[in-house]
Design a protein around this ligand. Structure first.
Ligand SMILES: Cc1cc2nc3c(=O)[nH]c(=O)nc-3n(C[C@H](O)[C@H](O)[C@H](O)COP(=O)(O)OP(=O)(O)OC[C@H]3O[C@@H](n4cnc5c(N)ncnc54)[C@H](O)[C@@H]3O)c2cc1C
Ligand SMILES: NC(=O)c1ccc[n+]([C@@H]2O[C@H](COP(=O)([O-])OP(=O)(O)OC[C@H]3O[C@@H](n4cnc5c(N)ncnc54)[C@H](OP(=O)(O)O)[C@@H]3O)[C@@H](O)[C@H]2O)c1
Length: 387
């Protein structure tokens, strides 16, 4: 009699897998304006499985330097205890692991107002909504608790009172940039490290700098897979795919290409990639050029925005190749977009509609309906993962 098959362990937000992070490589050059990195996270012993198109959820911890600064600003040693749900733990540990401390919350401003801080009360007036938003989250004027506690030293907080105003530390999602068929015991990410200055201090994006600076050696961090059925490759490996992924948006397409190569898929693959400068920011250049040479990648169109006087973006390359894109769509190609939600995805969407007009002979309305109703909703051949 055969042995019963044991169920695969299921990891989630409450029960993440404690993973290690053995590979952390800078992809961008020394003269780049960005610090974008290739990360490999070990899945050894986890039984974790994922599909190309899925995302990884990561539970980071805070920057210890910021924890110490926050303790100092509070006038605490860190050994004081606080209660989180039913668990009692030292304040230092709670600030390190449990709460978001790198952006101050409105709830804290309200507490300052309660304690008699006039400026806080003023900012909370409904007519000052925009000013409050700018005060807490403005570009390069963003404030954390160190800023506020230093600005209003007259307001004193007990450790528990302070913690009760904080937001719980949230997971971050990352598009997986590897195929499990090519790397059976690891998951790869492609992450732009968030760093900027505000009020004379360096500010660090929580998870991206955790990955870049603070997660190495035997240290473990919680991970789990966020299944993304809406962003899977077509089931038929013969189906052509067009992928538009500027910047870190290229991550899932590296996974797609690894996957399609691993299964010997015959479908054509066309990638649009863009970044600031070819010499500094052409991630995975060798891999993509290698795939182009051996046919795994049918076509690669590049848009390096800052290599010439006028900006060139992926949608400009799409326009130049409009007739061919239309031909691929007529052949049943899937169209994938990943990366910046605010500007890029909208511009690429508009260009796709323009292509249906110019090369499909459709009116503006017909082209919009063809892309938004037909391709996107009915046929589900237009898939996006934008953030
Ligand atoms: C499905 C999905 C997939 C994703 N895939 C990827 C991926 O493959 N690669 C990748 O790099 N990211 C990806 N992201 C984004 C990622 O989840 C994080 O949001 C990103 O890494 C930043 O997180 P952080 O914790 O480092 O920064 P946070 O601590 O969250 O800080 C980022 C915040 O800082 C603010 N900020 C940035 N600069 C400034 C400034 N100058 N002044 C004031 N505020 C500023 C921004 O508004 C932003 O809200 C993905 C997101 C989603 C939802
Ligand atoms: N939510 C978050 O916390 C968070 C954190 C990190 C990143 N992000 C988002 O993720 C995106 C990806 O960041 P990234 O560093 O990988 O790359 P990116 O900023 O998207 O840049 C990649 C390339 O896209 C170009 N680009 C700029 N605007 C464009 C547009 N409207 N249409 C097409 N291309 C455009 C850039 O050119 P130029 O730079 O020369 O204009 C660059 O060449 C960011 O745009 C950001 O919005 C979000």
């Amino acid at each position: 009699m055969s042995e019963p098959v044991s169920a695969k362990p299921v990891y989630n937000n409450k029960n993440p897998f404690p993973a290690t992070h053995p590979v952390n490589i800078k992809l961008t050059g020394d003269a780049s304006e960005k610090d974008t990195r290739h990360h490999e996270i070990s899945l050894a012993g986890s039984g974790v499985i994922y599909e190309a198109g899925d995302a990884l959820a990561l539970k980071p911890t805070n920057d210890p330097e910021l924890v110490e600064l926050t303790l100092q600003a509070l006038g605490c040693s860190g050994d004081e205890t606080v209660k989180i749900k039913e668990v009692t733990k030292p304040l230092r540990e709670a600030l390190f692991r449990d709460y978001q401390i790198h952006f101050a919350e409105k709830k804290f401003v309200a507490k300052l107002a309660e304690k008699g801080v006039a400026k806080a009360a003023e900012l909370l007036k409904p007519e000052n909504d925009a000013a409050l938003k700018e005060y807490l989250t403005g570009r390069n004027t963003v404030r954390d608790y160190v800023d506020l506690l230093r600005e209003f030293p007259e307001a004193k907080f007990t450790p528990q009172e302070f913690c009760d105003t904080l937001r719980v530390l949230a997971i971050r999602l990352y598009s997986i940039s590897s195929s499990l068929k090519a790397h059976t015991e690891s998951v790869h990410l492609t992450v732009a490290t968030v760093r900027y200055k505000a009020h004379g201090r360096l500010r660090r994006g929580l998870a991206s700098t955790f990955l870049a600076e603070r997660w190495s050696g035997d240290t473990t961090a919680g991970i789990f897979i966020q299944t993304q059925k809406h962003f899977r490759l077509p089931e038929d490996p013969n189906t052509p795919v067009i992928m538009v992924g500027p910047g870190t948006g290229v991550a899932p397409f590296r996974a797609y290409l690894e996957e399609r190569q691993a299964i010997g898929a015959k479908g054509k693959n066309w990638l649009f990639f863009g970044e600031q400068r070819a010499a500094q920011d052409f991630f995975y250049r060798e891999q993509f050029e290698g795939w182009l040479k051996d046919g795994a990648l049918t076509r690669l169109d590049l848009a390096f925005s800052r290599d010439q006087a006028e900006k060139v973006y992926v949608q400009n390359r799409m326009r130049e190749a409009g007739a061919e894109i239309w031909k691929w769509l007529q052949e049943g190609a899937y169209f994938f977009v990943c990366g910046d939600k605010n500007k890029m995805a909208a511009d690429v969407h508009a260009e796709l509609i323009a292509i249906a007009q110019t090369h499909g002979g459709k009116s503006a309305e017909e082209a919009k309906a063809f892309i938004e109703e037909g391709l996107m909703k009915t046929e589900k051949r237009y898939r996006r993962d934008v953030y």
